[in-house]
Design a protein around this ligand. Sequence first.
Ligand code: ATP
Ligand code: MG
Length: 370
Amino acid sequence: MIGDALLIALYAAVGAGAAGLVGTAALRLLRNRSVTLSLAVVAAVTVAAMLAGTLLVSWAMLLSDHDLWVVTTVCAMAAVVSMTVALVLGRRVVKGSRALAEAARALGDDGRFTPPAAAPTAELAQLSRELAATSARLTESRERERTLEASRRELVAWISHDLRTPLAGLQAMAEALEDGVVDDPGVYHTRIRTEVERMGTMVGDLFELSRIQAGVLTLAPTRMSAYDLVGEAIAGVDALAREHGVRLVGDGVDPVPIEVDGREMSRVLGNLLINAIRRTPADGTVAVSARRQATGVVLSVTDGCGGIPPEDLPRVFDTGWRGTHARTPPAGAGLGLAIVRGIVEAHQGRAAVSNVPGGCRFEVHLPAAG
Ligand SMILES: Nc1ncnc2c1ncn2[C@@H]1O[C@H](COP(=O)(O)OP(=O)(O)OP(=O)(O)O)[C@@H](O)[C@H]1O
Ligand SMILES: [Mg+2]
């Protein structure tokens, strides 16, 4: 009895194994074809394995013809049903992946991805989610690119305007001098020098900004005292403050060590101080401070400008932005604060602005010296 059972198992295994081998070879041949075919092969292998096993057993054990006919019919019915199910599932998967391919093509064409209504399998659903995330990232970076491009175009327009106006003036003055129709050439000479200096500063700012934006600003950080840095910056704008009748106060300066590129950070403080002095009315005060905080050091410049309109606060650091009142000469080019932000961020720091009673305060947050 046990011998019979073993023999039956052996014959069935041989039959099923043969069907499995043929099936595997067929799947290999079909690996680049539709998933429907592979599913049909899997269903066919299942039925063929059963049938082959049964036929072998019946041949070896001489089962009656009737029994064999019964088993074969059962297997044939099973084959029809399982093939139908395989075809239905295959069509669903094919339809789902076609819809996904269509959506992916649209993503390539116009950058918009509309995920198909329902994915037939978890894997396709996952792929669809990944594509949706990629599409969102693409849209975001395209948007960023567009605003950057727009601001670059705007900047070029402003800069050309800002350079053309003084150039026209210089030309007129030079011609007048040449023709000898000027009563007091000394005044012209002074004006020419001032204009040239202003344009030189602007070109220098543009150069600095392009180095920052191209990421080629190389810093040479050294350890220094915030006290010295602020002291030097104040000394540098002393004459300008006196000219505007503005008082400079630097008494809130802690002698904290910072690790910065001295030249670049002096430029940051210089830009902030010049802005503050220019926008503070005569008899007003500009205060500078340097404070140690838990996260590092905060340098700040507080002026008496009367406050910046809240809707303008997020824009002041943008390249080329300047307040509407500042359009007439000798307005700057709107580069100073963009340079400030660029240099501060190159130091792993952060530049911020807020309104305070009577004016506004610009802050530079720097990480603590290591
Ligand atoms: N301390 C300040 N108080 C009030 N408004 C300020 C101050 N600093 C900057 N702003 C506003 O932000 C704008 C941008 O400043 P930014 O320094 O970038 O340009 P600018 O001073 O106009 O020109 P540039 O610095 O290139 O000579 C200014 O035009 C001004 O409207
Ligand atoms: Mg400025």
